[in-house]
Design a protein around this ligand. Structure first.
Ligand SMILES: Cc1cc2nc3c(=O)[nH]c(=O)nc-3n(C[C@H](O)[C@H](O)[C@H](O)COP(=O)(O)O)c2cc1C
Length: 211
């Protein structure tokens, strides 16, 4: 009996960890599959946030999801730095606004990071086999896991030239990126202060079978 209970436990753990859809036929769905699909399909770039930073416990889970992304030969060619310090965010914003005052004219403008209170800076080695690709996978893992917790996000390529400005050097230094790393994107994170917008149209013709 003890042996049977032990084997049953092993099977249940295997089903729950390996993937609940392993026994399903093509065309059938299961709850895990539906949950993942729902998160992927409803995630949108959020461009307005509440002022409260993302709780660090939730952010730890988001970071863990990020670093569990695949990477070529498991090189993990990334450096992720999370900032939820208003002084840092406002300081970088001031530099951006000084160089282009127009950005502050947007209604409700609070900061350069789409008003987000928490920003993750993603960097990879300048010379790397697949650093940018791997960081993309890490970033998407972070954004999807955030969305599954009701936390919005927006990938921000536009913050990179600002962070690379001479005036922003002290902020770049505070990120303590490893030698030879370049900043790829900032990712805004926060509790949404807007409803998720409609999905911008996707072009399904870009992906097809080749017979
Ligand atoms: C590498 C990258 C850079 C981006 N940079 C910006 C940006 O600077 N500002 C912005 O508002 N959105 C930015 N986005 C978000 C895209 O505009 C957005 O993902 C796209 O329009 C599709 O919308 P969705 O994310 O809601 O599906 C960026 C997205 C990626 C992947």
């Amino acid at each position: 009996m003890k042996k049977f209970v032990k084997s049953l436990a092993v099977v249940l753990v295997a089903i729950s960890t390996v993937g609940c859809c392993s026994e399903k036929q093509c065309g059938e769905t299961c709850s895990k599959e539906e949950a993942v699909y729902e998160v992927i399909m409803t995630r949108r770039s959020i461009r307005d946030y509440k002022e409260e930073p993302v709780c660090r416990e939730q952010m730890a889970k988001i970071l863990e999801a990020g670093i569990y992304a695949p990477s070529a030969i498991n090189m993990q060619p990334w450096a992720v730095r999370v900032v939820d310090n208003k002084e840092f965010i406002d300081g970088v914003t001031a530099i951006a606004v000084a160089s282009n005052p127009k950005i502050a004219e947007q209604s409700g403008f609070r900061n350069l990071f789409r008003n987000a209170p928490t920003v993750a800076f993603i960097a990879c080695p300048e010379e790397s086999y697949s650093g940018e690709y791997d960081c993309g996978l890490l970033s998407q893992n972070m954004m999807l896991s955030a969305w599954s917790m009701g936390i919005g996000s927006c990938c921000l390529g536009s913050v990179v030239p600002v962070m690379n400005m001479e005036e922003a050097k002290p902020y770049m230094e505070r990120l303590q990126l490893p030698e030879g790393y370049k900043l790829l994107v900032g990712i805004a994170f926060g509790y949404p202060a807007q409803d998720a917008p409609a999905a911008p149209e996707r072009d399904a013709s870009k992906a097809f079978y080749v017979e």
